[in-house]
Design a protein around this ligand. Structure first.
Ligand code: 0RQ
Length: 504
């Protein structure tokens, strides 16, 4: 054994991955751990995928519903999707094999606000949960579960599942012990109480997850790394976006609209978000805090340097270098980081109270400030809404960031009308591209359109956007949010037909 299981009774439940996977049956709903490639089970899903393939080869059906915290990795989503083993997936995923199956109509996918998932399960809206498969980093002598590099929905899955399978992963840093804050005070309406969290680093729960011993049907020991995708070094566009944001924050402080150490930051997934944090590392801001979902390399850097004093999240999402950095500085980082269940890390009540500065990526935005975070050309899902909606609607200021073009310039990310809406104009404060920053707060629709076109659109697409907007001003039946409905999505249909949004 790895020495990570200190409870003698539970140590006797260790089996191999195949034996553990045998507890999962055709038609089951399985709640798995995992959030942004951290803390997902490494071996049981692969054993399950092999069983599913064998069962299909013998001519029998075998599909399961898979619920997680957020995205996982090839060993989980990839393996199960490749085996055609997933009937329905929720609430967020970014695996390319699953994406293909979903977009081919072969797998159902429900894209849910991440803070909503646990309550939806408790309210019974999703149906019963049969099995939980949860990675932990150890088990105490009392049988408490030491969470690993993410918490996500693990508390809810452990509470709700009939049967529990644990993976105890000794690859996970022993320093994680004590870094978690699991809140057991949630209730359903009408019995809810205020959540007594008023500073990002407040502890309101306990460091461990609980599970009745009799529900634990199998334990598997592993020693396998998290997904640990590398980040791209910030490119010129990302650096320009970061520069616009840092300049804007400085201005807000000098105008007295933000306090000097700023307000708690939330930063989304991806390379652009990571670059913004790198930009803050080179700014004059000190004493920063974060109330966010994910701790990426850029935030780890801020925490290590002391420029950021504390961060609350539900998961890490580190590159191999970031993981090495974490291990080297674990003693300091333990004092500065708390991981919480995602229903708390993303809780609207807390995001509103703390006044979070929310920064998330987008796929496209329209001239009025509606944002599409999830769909390519209106019908193909890319990833999902994730936590962006939890933060955007309730933030103090909600930023959306993107390069002004995609696919080598064939796509303008600023379009007349978005082909899918995740964040409405009412939830979007600031749009930033490498071209510039549009502060939409306090502006009526026509002023917003002018600013988005002039500040954010790529110069190659600006004339066509101006032309659309001017003709809409002239010919639209309504002058509040002028549009030419027959033309509003023509940029998308042109791309689908010609492979470019350019008109010549
Ligand atoms: O695809 O790699 O195949 O070329 O989308 O785009 O520019 O690398 O940007 O990694 O920051 O992701 C919105 C997807 C941006 C992400 C999104 C294509 C582009 C590329 C990725 P390729 P970039 P990023 C809390 C926050 C929703 C969840 C969220 C996301 C790929 O930020 O999933 O905010 N957000 N969570 O080419 C066609 C366009 C496109 C486009 C980009 N207009 N049309 N393709 N792409 N714009 C954290 C969590 O929730 C966990």
């Amino acid at each position: 054994g790895s020495g990570r299981i200190h409870h003698p009774g539970l140590a006797r439940r260790v089996v191999d991955a195949d034996a553990a996977a045998a507890h999962i049956r055709h038609g089951d709903t399985v709640g798995m751990s995992g959030f942004t490639g951290a803390g997902y089970p490494k071996v049981v899903p692969q054993a399950l995928a092999r069983r599913i393939s064998d069962t299909h080869a013998a001519g029998h059906p075998f599909r399961v519903n898979v619920w997680t915290g957020a995205s996982t990795a090839p060993e989980l989503d990839g393996a199960l999707a490749a085996a055609d083993g997933v009937e329905l997936r929720l609430p967020y995923q970014s695996d390319p094999v699953s994406r293909e199956k979903i977009n081919a109509g072969l797998m159902e996918y429900i894209d849910v606000h991440l803070s909503h998932v646990a309550q939806m399960a408790w309210m019974g809206f999703l149906g019963p949960l049969d099995v939980a498969v949860i990675e932990v980093s150890g088990i105490t002598a009392d049988g408490d579960l030491i969470p690993s590099s993410s918490i996500g929905n693990n508390k809810t899955w452990l509470d709700q599942a009939d049967r529990v399978v644990l993976e105890v992963n000794s690859w996970q840093s022993a320093a994680l012990d004590g870094m978690h804050d699991v809140y057991y005070g949630t209730a359903l309406p009408p019995d809810r109480k205020p959540i007594q969290l008023t500073r990002p680093h407040d502890r309101i729960g306990v460091p461990y997850l609980r599970c009745p011993e009799e529900k634990i049907v199998a334990i598997v020991e592993t020693d396998a790394p998290d997904r640990n995708s590398p980040f791209k070094a910030p490119d010129a566009d990302s650096q320009a976006i970061a520069g616009h944001i840092v300049e804007f924050l400085e201005q807000e402080v000098s105008r007295g609209r933000l306090p000097r150490p700023l307000l708690p930051l939330q930063s989304g997934v991806g390379n652009v978000a990571n670059a913004v944090l790198a930009g803050l590392a080179n700014s004059s801001f000190e004493g920063l805090t974060a109330y966010t979902e994910v701790i990426q390399d850029g935030m780890l850097e801020l925490l290590c340097s002391g420029r950021m004093v504390s961060a609350s999240a539900t998961a890490f999402s580190l590159s191999p270098e970031g993981t090495a950095r974490f291990d080297a500085e674990a003693a300091v980082l333990r004092e500065r980081i708390l991981l919480r269940p995602q229903e708390i890390s993303n809780h609207p009540e807390i995001v509103r109270r703390l006044g979070v500065l929310a920064m998330n990526g987008l796929i496209e935005a329209d001239i009025y400030g509606n944002v599409n975070s999830t769909h390519v050309m209106g019908s193909r899902i890319q990833n999902g809404i994730g936590g962006s909606g939890d933060f955007a609607r309730n933030a103090y200021t909600s930023f959306f960031l993107t390069p002004s073009t995609a696919k080598g310039g064939a796509i303008s990310t600023i379009v007349p009308m978005v082909s899918h809406v995740d964040h409405t104009e009412h939830d979007v404060s600031v749009i930033v591209t490498e071209q510039g920053l549009a502060d939409l707060r306090g502006l009526a629709p026509r002023k917003r359109a002018e600013l988005v076109i002039e500040r954010c659109a790529h110069p190659d697409y600006r004339p066509a956007l101006r032309d659309y907007y001017q003709r809409a001003l002239r010919d639209s039946p309504g002058r509040h949010t002028p549009h030419l409905l027959a033309e509003a999505l023509s940029w998308h249909t042109r791309y689908l037909a010609d492979g470019t949004m350019r008109s010549q």
